[in-house]
Each structure stands twice: as structure tokens, then as C-alpha cells.
Write a protein that binds this ligand. Structure first.
Ligand code: DPM
Length: 348
């Protein structure tokens, strides 16, 4: 009973239950996301005892997002996984690199929330839209992807970095006059209970979303088949296939968390459609194409995801789609655009 890295507890009646330890970061969003996954697991496995450890204080990406290293961002939690201090960790999928360090895998990708970005206005601009904001209004975002696309679409606006966790950003918007509006993921706002602050959800014509945006991922030890099996029921097949295609696209482009790369995916009549684009930092150059699956080894990781219960050919089709689209953009010069964007950004 006591073998392996696992912990068990015995209650007053002598009943023994397995303890599953979940690691989370200290931010409110991380906690909400972790609690929502824990609640789903508890419902599916009423006999398991879940413990949530909030011992990590990394918070939201603290550095400039553009210089942030996604692996650093998630490293503390992976260390805890490696040391068997926790059994699983919940992340926003978009914060996880397309290749995970050896020994880790994404064991579940949950049903995606609204993946689009949203506009949050300063209260004094109530009723306005990005299009109707006065010339030179300042919009806050540290996302190169958002800034590039929106500069292109709304050349009358200015874009400035805004940092900190969601609470900090909203406070910076409301309490000062620095920003006319900020752009945030609709999913994060919804999870925080701040949907009422969304003045508009940006459609793909204005701003396509980040790879994996709006989906939660459960990271586990790759060898821990017990936990892998347990969390695999949380996989949402459509979300997994869309996100495999998106991540394969980003990986092939050698894009990290800080490149102006955007996607849009959907599934219709069993076909997976992927639109992907790369932008120069100022949005003046862009490449955008759409492809679909032609048709849509079970234990294989695909761009870091393990999903044994989702047919392998569907996953392969999704991965192939991402790679093919990236190759198409690469033949048109995506590499040059991204290299320049990276160099300019590093020099900032
Ligand atoms: C990544 C980006 C941002 C986060 C870059 C991007 C946004 C940074 C910014 C990779 N991670 O989207 O182009 O706004 O300056 C992040 C958020 C969520 C996960 C917050 C947000 C919540 C939504 C989700 C930060 N990571 O994007 O507004 O679960 O997808």
C-alpha cells in the first residue's frame, strides 16, 4: 500500500484513500483555475483526497512578457512535480512551451473557454469601441501578438506595455489615466468573474488568439501512468485536436511565448480548420493562411500532449496540419519576419 511516491490517508472508519497533491501558484487566477480542475477531479473520483499546495509565489509573468522565458515561468512547479511533492499542476495551456522538459507531459487539455481577446475600457470611455476611441488613445497590452494585429487594424491607436497580474492590470487601468483601454483574454476575465468588464470580444478579423489560449492544461510526470490515466478523462477531444494543430504550427515556426504569432481553429464536418498568421512588430508585414485536415502509436506525445483515448490518426492529422501550415508560411518568408521581430524586441 505504501509503495511508490504516493500518499494515502486512513479516515476514522479505517477507509484508506489515495491523496493527490496539486500544485498551484499564488495568483488569484492560478488558484481559480486549479480549484476548477480539482472540483472536476473530485466529482469523477469521490474517493480520492485532493490536497492543493499553494507554495509557489511566482505569480503572473513578472518580467516583460516579451523577454519572459516560458520554461522559467513554469519551472518551480515542474521542480515540485519532479521531487514528487505534487502529482499534478494546472496551467493555462498558452503559457506552456511547445516542447516540455523531459519527464513531463500534458495529461489533459480541458474544454476551451472563449479563446478570443477582449477589450476592457477605462470607465470614462464607456460606450466606445477600439474604432471610436480618439486618435492617439493608449491601449495597454504586453502581447506582441495583440499589439501587431491591432496596430494594423486601428492605426489611430497607440500601444503600451502593461504588466502584472490581472488584478494589478485592472487597477492600473481604472485608477489612473495612463490607458484608455487594455486587452486581455476573455477566458481569464470570465474565470475571475469580471465578464461585466468586457466591452467587446475581438473577432478574428481584428485579432486572432494565441496558441492554446482559453484552454487549461494538466501537467504530470510522463512516467506516472496512474495519474495520467486519472486525468486523461478530463481531455476535451475537440480542444485537444485544435490545440495540437496550433502548437505544432507554433513549434514548426520556432515561436516561443513572445512572438507575434496568432491562430484561429475550428472543427466542422469532422474536419479541422487552422488559420495561422505571423506579424512584424508594427503589424505592417503579415502572412496569413488557412488549411484543413485532409482526413482526420497511442502513447506518443504530440507537442507535449498525451491523449491515449483520442484516436491517434486524428491527433496525427491535427499535428500534420499545424506543421504543413507553418511550412507554407515559411516558404513565404515567415522566418525573416519572426527573426526581425525577435531581434527588435530583444533590443528594446
Ligand atoms: C502569454 C501571453 C499573455 C499571457 C502572450 C499573448 C498575455 C500577456 C499580456 C503567452 N501568456 O497572449 O500573446 O497581456 O501582456 C496569460 C493570460 C492567461 C493565460 C492572461 C491574458 C489567461 C487566459 C488563458 C498571460 N496566460 O492573456 O489576458 O487561460 O488562456
Amino acid at each position: 500500500m505504501e509503495e511508490g511516491p504516493y500518499k494515502f490517508v486512513r479516515d476514522g472508519t479505517g477507509k484508506v484513500s489515495r491523496v493527490i497533491r496539486i500544485g498551484t501558484r499564488k495568483s488569484q487566477l492560478a488558484r481559480i483555475q486549479t480549484d476548477s480542475v480539482a472540483a472536476k477531479l473530485q466529482e469523477l473520483y469521490p474517493d480520492v483526497r485532493l490536497e492543493i499546495g499553494e507554495t509557489f509565489r511566482l505569480g503572473f509573468c513578472q518580467t516583460t512578457l516579451s523577454t519572459c522565458n516560458k520554461s522559467l515561468f513554469t519551472k518551480e512547479l515542474e521542480n515540485a512535480l519532479e521531487r514528487n511533492e505534487v502529482d499534478l499542476v494546472v496551467h493555462s495551456l498558452k503559457d506552456l512551451p511547445t516542447s516540455l522538459p523531459a519527464g513531463f507531459t500534458i495529461g489533459a487539455v480541458l474544454r476551451r473557454e472563449n479563446p478570443h481577446d477582449a477589450v476592457v475600457l477605462h470607465p470614462k470611455n464607456a460606450g466606445k469601441t477600439l474604432a471610436s476611441l480618439p486618435k492617439n488613445s493608449v491601449v495597454g497590452t504586453s502581447s506582441l501578438r495583440r499589439a501587431a494585429q491591432l496596430k494594423r487594424r486601428f492605426p489611430h491607436l497607440e500601444f503600451k506595455d502593461i504588466r502584472g497580474n490581472l488584478n494589478t492590470r485592472l487597477k492600473k487601468l481604472d485608477d489612473k489615466e495612463d490607458f484608455a483601454a487594455i486587452i486581455l483574454a476573455a477566458a481569464g476575465l470570465k474565470r475571475m468573474g469580471w465578464e461585466d468588464r468586457i466591452s467587446a470580444v475581438l473577432q478574428p478579423e481584428d485579432c486572432m488568439y494565441a496558441v492554446g489560449q482559453g484552454a487549461l492544461a494538466v501537467e504530470v510526470r510522463a512516467k506516472d501512468t496512474d495519474i495520467l490515466d486519472m486525468v486523461s478523462v478530463l481531455h476535451d477531444p475537440d480542444t485537444v485536436l485544435r490545440c495540437i494543430a496550433e502548437r505544432a504550427f507554433l513549434k514548426r515556426l520556432e515561436g516561443g511565448c513572445s512572438v507575434p504569432v496568432a491562430v484561429h481553429t475550428y472543427i466542422k464536418d469532422s474536419q479541422l480548420y487552422l488559420t495561422g498568421a505571423v506579424y512584424s512588430l508594427d503589424g505592417s508585414e503579415s502572412l496569413k493562411e488557412t488549411m484543413q485536415t485532409k482526413e482526420v502509436d497511442e502513447r506518443l506525445q504530440r507537442v507535449g500532449v498525451t491523449a491515449t483515448k483520442i484516436p491517434a490518426d486524428l491527433q496525427d492529422g491535427a499535428e500534420r496540419l499545424g506543421v504543413d501550415l507553418a511550412d507554407l508560411l515559411l516558404t513565404k518568408g515567415a522566418k525573416e519576419i519572426l527573426t526581425v521581430a525577435r531581434q527588435l524586441n530583444d533590443a528594446r
